[in-house]
Design a protein around this ligand. Structure first.
Ligand code: PLP
Length: 412
């Protein structure tokens, strides 16, 4: 980034897993003049984004858009569906799952946290933070709850602190197998529009998301995708809510308006992002991120460093966490890479602080920008005196060359 005493040339490499690099097309769309949020043009914009965003969540039901970060949308999901003291069952996949649990506790819910059952020899300080949700544990716990007190099951789809993408359909099946009425609430703040996600088909009641990750927008708006069951639950839920209350927002959204001033220019950006996603097709968007992730993992494997996610079945297409050798401070490495190469990498969060860094492969990227990220990391590893087994840059180049993505220009 630009420092006061120095002008960096070229683009900064924003390779953290959100905020992600914003395409110029979206920045230009956002530069249009702000309009009257009660006027006729606004209603057309509102209707366009409210219907377009449903395609991305793959839902037929209402999606609420808040002028807030993802954390606000977490709160909205809980206060609209729960009453004081309600038990909620959560699964600790990493830092973001833990933060959502802390919020639920602060709101007066009785939180119960399940965590990974199994051994982890790499990072004893953060057991379970290398794996996805174990749906069988959820099923077993719900079966014990014969009085059906548990109000909701809350899980993170793409755990951005670790680079693990859990199987949400399996969690739905677990709830159904237990014959339990709990709501299924999912944080897909960093998964949406990067990793495959199906709100309706997977039977999710509330999906929480945000603008600054897969949707390629700046931070500032966030989402609750709803199910009819969630809307029904909101009519009797007794946690205090006003700003976050779905009822007034959903009612006014019918004409494309909000009860308060929405983030007009971010909604211009959203309209553009929805056009871009529709032009490419969601299946291609998901395949593109999978391909990028495989190329970056090829680099990490060539370096001989462990990937934070220990289960290849749940590797994240959005980001890759890299564990640094014992005794190497991952934040010192990140700092060095930032100073020397103007490249920002994600820090190790919570229990992973200093033990790993995260490489984002989302947003306005392509093979060559990702190779630049890999090169920046590789140079940093060498400068820090960290032994690497081989060249990650070569491995990633080989991967991208051998696995062509969708053609960018028609071949003559
Ligand atoms: C980014 C993120 C959050 C927090 O969102 P904010 O917009 O920073 O409030 C929560 N959960 C996950 C999985 C995230 O990636």
């Amino acid at each position: 980034m630009l420092r006061l005493d120095q002008h960096a040339t070229g683009h900064h490499f924003l390779q953290i897993p959100g905020p992600s690099p914003v395409p110029d097309r979206i920045l230009r769309a956002m530069s249009l003049p702000t309009i009257d949020h009660r006027g006729p043009e606004f209603g057309a914009l509102g209707r366009r984004v409210l219907s377009g965003i449903r395609e991305v969540f793959q839902t037929q039901h209402p999606v609420v858009i808040y002028p807030a970060s993802g954390t606000g949308a977490w709160e909205a999901a809980l206060v609209n569906t729960c009453s004081p003291g309600d038990p909620v069952l959560m699964f600790e996949t990493g830092h973001f799952a833990s933060l959502w649990q802390k919020m639920a506790a602060r709101l007066g819910l009785e939180t119960e946290v399940l965590s990974y059952q199994g051994a982890d020899d790499q990072l004893p300080a953060a057991p379970g933070w290398r794996r996805g949700v174990q749906a069988d544990l959820i099923e077993a716990r719900l079966k014990q709850d014969t009085a059906h007190r548990i109000r909701a099951v809350c899980v993170v789809h793409n755990e951005t602190s670790t680079g693990v993408t859990s199987d949400i359909a399996a969690v739905r099946r677990a709830i159904d197998a237990a014959g339990h009425p709990a709501l299924l609430m999912v944080d897909s703040i960093s998964g949406l529009a990067s990793a495959e996600y199906r709100h309706d088909a997977w039977g999710v009641d509330v999906t929480v998301s945000g603008s600054q990750k897969g949707l390629m927008l700046p931070p500032g708006i966030s989402f609750n995708a709803l199910s009819p069951k969630a809307l029904e639950a909101s009519k009797t839920a007794r946690l205090p809510k006003a700003f976050w209350a779905w009822d007034e927002i959903v009612a006014m959204n019918a004409d494309g308006y909000w009860p308060y001033t929405p983030s007009t220019n971010l909604l211009y950006g959203l309209a553009e992002a929805l056009d871009m996603l529709r032009e490419e097709g969601l299946a291609n968007v998901f395949a593109r991120h999978q391909r990028w992730a495989a190329g970056v993992r090829a680099a990490v494997n060539a370096w001989g460093l462990p990937i934070q996610c220990a289960d290849p079945a749940v590797y994240s297409p959005v980001l890759t966490g890299v564990i640094t050798p014992p005794g190497v401070d991952a934040d010192a490495l990140r700092k060095l890479i930032h100073q020397r190469f103007d490249l920002s990498l994600g820090t190790g969060l919570g229990k992973l602080k200093g033990r790993m860094f995260r490489m984002g492969h989302l947003g306005d990227s392509n093979d060559l920008t990702l190779l630049a990220m890999v090169a920046g990391v590789e140079m940093g590893l060498k400068l820090a005196g960290i032994a690497i087994a081989g060249s990650g840059v070569h491995a990633a180049m080989d991967h991208f060359a051998a696995h062509p993505g969708a053609a960018l220009t028609p071949l003559a």
